[in-house]
Design a protein around this ligand. Sequence first.
Ligand code: GUN
Length: 303
Amino acid sequence: MSADTRIIDGKAFAEGLRTRIAAVAADFEAKAGRKAGLAVVLVGEDPASQVYVRNKGKQTVAAGMESFEHKLPADASEADLLAVVEQLNADPAVDGILVQLPLPAHMNEQKVIATINPDKDVDGFHVVNVGRLATGLPGFVPCTPLGCVMLLKDRLGSLSGLDAVVIGRSNIVGKPMAQLLIAESCTVTVAHSRTKDLADVVRRADIVVAAVGRPEMVKGDWIKPGATVIDVGINRVPRTDQGAEEGKTRLVGDVDFASAAEVAGAITPVPGGVGPMTIAVLLRNTIVAAHRSAGLALDESAL
Ligand code: GUN
């Protein structure tokens, strides 16, 4: 196999998904007499969060859906935020609600997430949706891990019986990723910062999902030849290449791409791998929520 075909092009896959979603969104509008709506709530002025929220808004509109943005100052009270969430819960034009994380330290994230109506929780963070995922009931699944599974199934077909290692145990990626892989009949190991002999654990895996937030931690000689590597990390590091201007940075994943790409059967790059999938899956979850709330049928597996 040439080096190019090993690279999983998440950007192209996400574009295709957004095109399918736009067709479904147009059909929804024709049937329901309104556009599907996604509300995003941003508290404070974290620059990375502002970029995410702007991109979400643009892509929501481009897919033919309504985008609602609510911005609160960093010193807003938790009660102010909960009032916004309650208002969105009650608004029939809003199918999906996303409260951008992280929240300022004086707010209780779990309490805020628990206030979102689980049937509008397109992030899949509410405990009701976490429980639905764990028990195999229909609900909403966190966007980044669902995007990873879509890329894996697109590349490998059935995942049944494969050995998967998930590095990282966060609520947003590691834990839901493990649940999704169990549902696909993988044998799943969840590794984390206290795991002994991590390299040996990773070497047994047919599928490696790295979501630890440590730049280039997973090395090529940890990868079983032919394994599929999904890199969820987005780390900004100083450029060290010759001729780079001082202060310039570059994005790297949690996987040392150059060495891992030599061994892997398939691998996601950073940028252009998992990253573009997150917003595309958010739009998918929103159009699914809209159909469910309007009582309209939708073949969710075709999205
Ligand atoms: N912050 C970074 N990623 C996400 C995400 O997927 N959802 C929310 N709500 N906040 C985030």
